[in-house]
Design a protein around this ligand. Structure first.
Ligand code: SF4
Ligand code: MG
Length: 325
């Protein structure tokens, strides 16, 4: 059966503000799922809290609108329970890089095969525009009484040093390009992170659609105007790690590129490493039949509702080694 784009949409009323960049990201996710022909019942979208938290309501797959900063634990748990599920986690910059930053870093250590998309607008939009962890130092968006007093987090750099194995950035109004990035992120075997520049027309009056899409003067030729946002591949940049020993150098290059901002904002794939085992593969090496008989497929109760789960193997895993002396 061939699925249509309509199969990935719901009838739920959408109350995002007119012109919000979230719409472009929502469309990109739906188009990516459609073009990959991922069966709606074999996909699950999880979200944290914030305007972006409503995303799973609008996509016709399984999904849960979870807790503030806790989207990655939910998404990772679902994937580990059912490794055959296509799992996408979404959330805002405040959600994922403020309260959720510990989960962000530790997800990188595991390399579970899911995709995490951050809707990055520099503000806490749902709660009226407070400065988020990605708002640059000194910026004064319209809700702030004073310029932002904190330094910002660079999400790409944080993903690089945390161990994510696919790291990219898109722009929410370039739906076609973003859709391709999301498809690659979903297809990547391992933990993917996609930072999406998402104008919030209601509360961020600095990084607006007009600002992102304005032309700037080419530093090599003052007569020429060029787009502020450029594609990494157009400059010949490739973040793909071909040999495992190239990884540290590629991480450094990706971080360097991710520090470009202002008149030159790169989008595309900063880093991609297909040589790192996924967490599921590490589990499979320890737990026989983990992938062929994962927790989601196991019968956990008899007809009377009594548990028949045997957790002896898990207990053995967690036992302290008392033969150390
Ligand atoms: Fe979008 Fe900003 Fe409105 Fe939230 S507050 S829906 S991020 S425009
Ligand atoms: Mg935000």
């Amino acid at each position: 059966m061939e699925y249509k784009i309509a199969d990935y949409k719901t009838e739920v009323h959408n109350d995002w503000c007119a012109g919000c960049g979230d719409f472009g990201i929502l469309n990109s996710i739906q188009m990516a799922l459609f073009e990959l022909q991922i069966k709606p019942h074999e996909a699950a979208i999880f979200s944290g809290i914030g305007c972006s938290g409503k995303t799973p309501h609008f996509i016709n797959t399984f999904g849960i609108h979870t807790l503030h900063g806790r989207v990655l634990p939910f998404a990772q748990g679902a994937k580990l329970s059912n490794p055959n599920l296509n799992v996408v986690a979404v959330g805002g910059d405040g959600d994922g890089l403020g309260i959720g930053s510990g989960h962000f870093v530790n997800a990188g250590r595991r390399n579970i095969d899911i995709t995490y998309i951050i809707f990055n607008n520099g503000v806490y939009g749902l709660t009226k525009g407070q400065a988020s962890p990605t708002l640059k130092l000194g910026m004064k968006t319209k809700s702030l009484s004073q310029p932002n007093v904190n330094e910002s987090i660079n999400p790409i750099a944080l993903a690089c040093i945390s161990g994510f194995t696919f790291i990219a950035r898109g722009y929410s109004y370039d739906v076609r390009f973003l859709k391709e990035i999301i498809k690659k992120g979903i297809m990547h075997k391992g933990l993917s992170f996609i930072d999406v520049l998402q104008p919030c027309p209601t509360y961020n009056d600095i990084n607006t659609k007009d600002w992102y899409q304005s032309l700037i003067t080419d530093e090599n030729n003052p007569e020429v105007k060029i787009p502020r946002i450029y594609k990494l591949e157009d400059e010949g940049y490739s973040g793909i790690v071909k040999e495992p020993n190239e990884a540290p150098l590629k991480v450094v290059e990706a971080i360097k590129k991710s520090n470009e901002w202002g008149n030159k904002i790169p989008v595309g794939i900063f880093y991609e490493n297909n040589n790192v085992p996924t967490f599921e593969e590490r589990l499979q090496a320890r737990i026989e039949n983990y992938k062929t008989y994962p927790p989601a497929d196991q019968i956990i109760a008899d007809m009377d509702g009594n548990t028949n789960v045997n957790i002896d193997l898990l207990i053995d895993e967690l036992k302290a080694n008392d033969n150390l002396n």
